[in-house]
Design a protein around this ligand. Structure first.
Ligand SMILES: NC(=O)c1ccc[n+]([C@@H]2O[C@H](COP(=O)([O-])OP(=O)(O)OC[C@H]3O[C@@H](n4cnc5c(N)ncnc54)[C@H](O)[C@@H]3O)[C@@H](O)[C@H]2O)c1
Ligand SMILES: [Zn+2]
Length: 377
């Protein structure tokens, strides 16, 4: 592991995808260099900045100024904040606005925001004029360590989340860790769940480092950059191995099968943020791994202690407004994409830092496990 960074030093992580490879630039103040970096890739381009109303109020001025300083002309499209914007209606309006702005093949879409803006603007970039280059400028911790990297773009259908989309890689990611200073603490903690996920799924040393440095990461110290860079390195490596999730990339779903069911049950609302659902999902995945005899109980306790210590929910009783019964949760999990011939695919843990794909989980013991957890609330 590298030493924590000094402020001002960017870390650059390359996502090695051949002719579609790109850099993730991570560091405090890196937004100021956005224009120079974008111009180096697309000299003379027009940059259409897509953002949500909250992020635009805080950061769009700096982003457009940086783009102009790099010699690019700019325009912007501002959508309402929140998951509701990953809709066909909002997607249509962003596409039409890009065409209104006369954004051409040589131009650039800049997604400035959290995962909602990144997923929506990335998908619009994938299809408007059959593909425009785009840059991710993630402004939430979740987006910096997860959604801005890897090229999954999508909007939601009335049948569920992320059901309409494309694999479409950005040409650059600029993660300015200073923009996280304006992020509400609850959103920051939710993003931290995805950071813990990388330690749990594949790097015991990183998990131990997080145990020692969590306060500093949450407080915004120098450790924050290190946590983000380490997370991006791991995601970049997994994406480079398995861009379209035919194998290893599924490991990134640790905690997400339980998590998505709980998020759906809470109506994708503020009752349970995505990262909170993932924290709870990882706690359940660890406990279920122990139930199946593959993970030692002291390791379960260690994983849960860390998540809870970071202020994340780890038991079903902590979900505001309650959770539905075992059958309903099973239905919601079965609606997840990862069901084959009646068996569920789960990401389970053999150890801290050692997750594996279990494609053949029987519904019956899983249901019994959930009912027991529900009764224990
Ligand atoms: N594409 C992928 O690989 C991938 C991976 C994980 C999640 N996702 C998607 O990401 C979305 C969730 O992303 P998210 O958690 O970033 O949510 P989000 O984009 O809704 O952002 C959360 C909230 O924080 C506000 N915000 C963002 N940056 C801010 C800042 N710097 N200061 C103050 N407020 C700020 C936003 O306006 C919003 O209200 C979901 O739709 C999920 O499906 C995609
Ligand atoms: Zn996630």
């Amino acid at each position: 592991m590298t030493a924590p960074l000094r402020p001002g030093d960017p870390t650059i992580v390359n996502v090695a995808l051949g002719d579609r490879a790109y850099d993730i630039v991570i560091g405090r103040g890196q937004l100021a260099g956005l224009g120079a970096r974008a111009a180096a890739l697309k000299p003379g381009a027009k940059a259409a900045v897509v953002s949500d109303a909250t992020v635009a109020r805080l950061h769009i001025g700096a982003a457009e100024a940086a783009l102009k300083a790099g010699g690019l002309s700019t325009g912007h499209i501002v959508i309402p904040a929140g998951e509701g914007s990953k809709s066909f209606a909002c997607f249509e309006s962003v596409c039409e606005s890009l065409i209104d702005m006369r954004v051409e093949r040589g131009d650039l879409v800049v997604a400035l925001g959290g995962g909602v803006v990144g997923d929506l603007a990335g998908f619009a970039a994938a299809v408007v004029r059959r593909g425009l280059d785009y840059v991710q400028v993630p402004t939430t911790l979740l987006a910096q360590v997860d959604s801005s990297v890897g090229g999954k773009t999508a909007i939601n259908s009335r049948h569920g989340k992320n059901l309409v989309g494309a694999f479409y890689q950005p040409i650059l990611v600029v993660a300015d860790t200073a923009v996280l200073d304006t992020l509400p603490p609850r959103q920051f903690r939710a993003g931290y769940a995805e950071v813990v996920k990388y330690g749990l799924l594949g790097d015991a040393g990183f998990f131990a480092w997080l145990e020692a440095n969590v306060k500093d990461v949450l407080a915004g110290g120098a450790a924050r950059e290190h946590a983000i860079a380490t997370s991006c390195r791991m995601k970049a490596a997994i994406v480079a191995r398995d861009e379209r999730e035919t194998g290893d990339r599924a490991l990134l779903n640790l905690g997400h099968t339980f998590g998505h069911a709980l998020e759906a049950a809470a109506g994708f609302s503020d009752r349970l943020l995505h990262g909170e659902a993932v924290a709870l999902g990882m706690a359940l995945a660890a406990e279920f791994s122990a139930r199946l005899g593959v993970l030692a109980p002291d390791k379960v306790a260690r994983a849960i202690r860390h998540l809870a210590g970071a202020g994340l929910p780890v038991s079903l009783g902590e979900v505001a407004g309650g959770v539905p019964d075992g059958d309903r949760l099973m239905d919601l999990m079965a609606q997840d994409k990862k069901v084959k011939r009646g068996k569920l695919t789960f990401i389970l843990l053999r150890d801290i830092g050692d997750a594996y794909i279990a494609p053949d989980i029987d519904p019956a013991p899983l249901r019994a496990f959930l009912v027991e957890k529900l009764n224990a609330r």
